[in-house]
Write a protein that binds this ligand. Structure first.
Ligand code: 3HC
Length: 288
């Protein structure tokens, strides 16, 4: 294994993947952001440029820093090109085990033998993926929070197959990209932050579905009584109701526990394609 990480690859150019790539490029790493969809890559580039312009306008970053970061950030559709010389892969594609397993097996075939392959998933622990590779000791979860450009914490999760060296390298990478790591020594679905957050969201949905208070009022209770930066419904719109639906579906399928099933309001919004900010409508409406 190499001592320092010079090049990383992020696979999947959605909201999470694109911002993981940007923070890494801003921290000085050479980054490949890969997606099979040209359109998704273009959207990612536009969105990142928009965020960077705002930071330049606020004086938080200089144009030079941003231009240099973009010169280190490569948007590509070819998986081979993206991983052939990389030190560290972070997968941030759809929350579906089969899709991730197929991708991990391809990356294992194409990437150098020293490369660590991590998933950004909070629900799919890396032991569900490691066995399709010939390097299970170099597989782990590296889980970021939305919006990645802002949220400081990253959870590094060691599976039973993950070597100490891999976990340490992942923790060092998180520090290298100027985030704060916590290391979980054992796999547990949801990890730390989302398990706590999940309880808050469940309670908010219970209160809404039982007509106790409105979306706006429940959010106000969290922002004005508990000092949360945004309420649980605004947060669901930010992170994606589709993501929440998929996560709950996986938890339900894994455990058979009826209480883990996506709640009616989540199913309704998911079925209507109301995923939150990304579709312009969720619990709130957005005009961009
Ligand atoms: N993407 C990137 N940056 C964003 C952003 C977005 N969608 N929305 C806001 N920002 C940035 C702004 O540019 C600004 O940056 P600056 O400080 O460098 O200028 C900063 O965030 C503050 O933005 P605003 O002043 O416009 O708005 P707020 O003060 O309301 O902050 C927020 C926005 C940071 C999103 C804040 O509401 C917040 O912290 N919310 C809670 C987020 C949270 O709980 N995330 C965890 C979700 S769980 C998760 O991610 C798990 C995963 O598994 C899905």
């Amino acid at each position: 294994m190499k001592n320092s990480i010079n090049q990383i690859t992020v696979i999947g150019s959605g909201v999470m993947g694109s911002q993981i790539a940007m923070v890494s490029a801003l921290a000085g790493l050479k980054v490949y952001l890969q997606d099979i969809s040209e359109e998704s890559l273009k959207k990612a580039e536009e969105s990142l440029s928009g965020h960077m312009k705002k930071r330049i306008a606020k004086g938080k970053l200089s144009s030079k820093e941003v231009n240099e970061a973009f010169s280190r950030l490569h948007f590509v559709t070819s998986l081979e090109e993206a991983v052939k010389e990389t030190d560290f892969v972070i997968e941030a594609i759809v929350e579906k085990v089969d899709a991730k397993r197929q991708l991990f097996s391809e990356v294992d075939r194409l990437a150098p033998s020293h490369t660590i392959i991590a998933t950004n998933s909070s629900t799919i622990v890396s032991s569900k993926l490691a066995d399709v590779t010939n390097r299970p000791d170099k597989v782990c979860n590296v889980h970021f929070f939305n919006p990645v450009l802002v949220m400081e914490l990253v959870e590094v999760v060691k599976g039973p197959h993950t070597s100490e060296e891999t976990a340490n390298t992942a923790v060092e990478l998180v520090k290298q990209i100027k985030k704060t790591p916590i290391l979980l020594n054992k796999e547990i679905s949801g990890f730390v932050a989302n398990r706590i957050l999940g309880k808050i969201i469940d309670e908010a949905i219970y209160l809404l579905e039982n007509d106790i208070a409105t979306v706006e009022e429940i959010d106000l209770a969290c922002t004005k009584a508990l000092n949360h930066p945004i309420g649980p419904f605004a947060l669901l719109d930010l992170t994606g109701i589709d993501v929440n639906f998929n996560i709950r579906q996986i938890l339900y399928e894994e455990t058979g526990d009826e209480s883990q099933k996506p709640q009616n309001i989540i199913v309704e919004k998911y079925t209507n394609g109301e995923y939150g900010r990304k579709t312009g409508k969720g619990f709130y409406s957005y005009n961009f």
